[in-house]
Design a protein around this ligand. Structure first.
Ligand code: IPM
Ligand code: MG
Length: 364
């Protein structure tokens, strides 16, 4: 089998610590499943800015272009708030999404049965929750032109443009229908078509695409109602598809339903399935360097990478099973610990150890 190349971007804050544990898992799986993966670590985000003066150095971008998949820790931190906007770590992230055309962002929110009490909602509302948000990631108001802050009539005006081309809506809709088909065959498209023309077009195109997916049940919600429904009865959803900004907001809400944002992976895919994989949570500067961050979301991002880009579902399942096993056995990092006597509170490396042990035992 030919070699496949993974670029690893540890990033900032807790990024390097959680990536260290995910890399152990990746190396192990690479060996046991003979996957022929090679890895290369590159500077990205604030770490790159500190060393090279830019959050996305050219050689990092070139390595990412050349890679089959990218594994990212997290980026950002308060020390970069004062940097010029175009040099902040977030710009590096937006740059990589856009340069690599990673338009499809998959953000699952699922709840491990043992962690139902970690949610701020009543357990019965969230137990068994398993939803997938498909967020458009390279268009909409995040990238629309014109944008800026300028002087008009003697005062400053800030403006952005929410714009979608038909082709951009169509490709994310197709991706979402395909994903829905592999899951519960229900897709909810979220827009603001009662107010925004861009959403009117969004809805029209999604309905048009649905003609090729008569096996998938399509519904529509306005984004305000969608936010309400997510909190009220989240289990009604299977797959949600929405634009960049709405998806940014709704995916944080969905992640929080699980009460354990430290458990959730994500994927950002291009049209051919090449992808960048990262935990949903951020760089958590407040706990960086303390070896207490939960590495499971990053470890599960490795599993997603094996499933969605590398086409290695067995290896992916092995990792997911190992993570389920350590949760079942009571291992908890501080973010999901409740203090119950059945739990073993562990730090970042110990959680990595537990996953490695479960992998080696082949626990299901
Ligand atoms: C996310 C983040 C990013 C976004 C930021 C860091 C630019 O919030 O991935 O959801 O807004 O897309
Ligand atoms: Mg966000």
């Amino acid at each position: 089998m030919s070699t496949r190349k993974i670029v690893v971007l540890p990033g900032d804050g807790i990024g390097p610590e959680i990536i260290a544990q995910a890399s152990r898992v990746l190396d192990e799986i690479n060996t046991t499943h003979q996957l022929n993966l090679t890895t290369q670590t590159c500077l990205f985000g604030g770490a790159a800015y500190d060393t090279t003066g830019t959050p996305l150095p050219d050689d990092t971008l070139a390595a990412c272009r050349d890679a089959d998949a990218i594994l990212l820790g997290a980026i950002g931190g308060p020390q970069y708030d004062a940097a010029p906007r175009e040099l902040r770590p977030e710009r590096g992230l937006l740059g990589i999404r856009s340069e690599l055309k990673l338009f499809a962002n998959l953000r699952p929110a699922m709840l491990y049965p043992e962690l139902a009490s970690a949610s701020s909602l009543k357990s019965e509302l969230v137990a068994g929750l398993d939803l997938m948000i498909v967020r458009e990631l390279t268009g909409g108001i995040y990238f629309g032109q014109p944008r800026g802050i300028e002087e008009r009539d003697g005062e400053r005006v800030g403006f952005n443009t929410m714009v979608y081309k038909e082709s951009e809506i169509r490709r994310i809709a197709i991706r979402a229908f395909e994903i829905a088909r592999q899951r519960g065959s229900r897709l909810c498209s979220v827009d603001k078509a009662n107010v925004l023309e861009v959403s009117e077009l969004w809805r029209e195109i999604v309905i048009d695409v649905s003609k090729d997916y008569s096996d998938v049940e399509l519904t529509h919600l306005y984004v305000d109602n969608a936010a309400m429904q997510l909190i009220k009865a989240p289990k009604q959803f299977d797959v949600m598809v929405t634009s960049n900004l709405f998806g940014d907001v709704l995916s944080d809400a969905a992640a929080m339903l699980t009460g354990s944002i430290g458990m959730l992976p994500s994927a950002s895919l291009d049209k051919d399935g090449k992808g960048m994989y990262e935990p949903i949570h951020g760089s958590a500067p407040d706990i960086a360097g303390q070896n207490v961050a939960n590495p499971l979301a990053t470890i599960l991002s490795v599993a997603m990478m094996l499933r969605y880009t590398l086409n290695e579902p067995v290896a992916a399942s092995d990792i997911e099973s190992a993570v389920s096993a350590v949760i079942r056995e009571g291992y908890r990092c501080a973010d999901i610990a409740t203090g119950a006597t059945s739990e073993r509170t562990v730090n970042t490396t110990e959680m990595g150890d537990a996953v490695m042990a479960a992998l080696n035992k082949g626990e299901q």
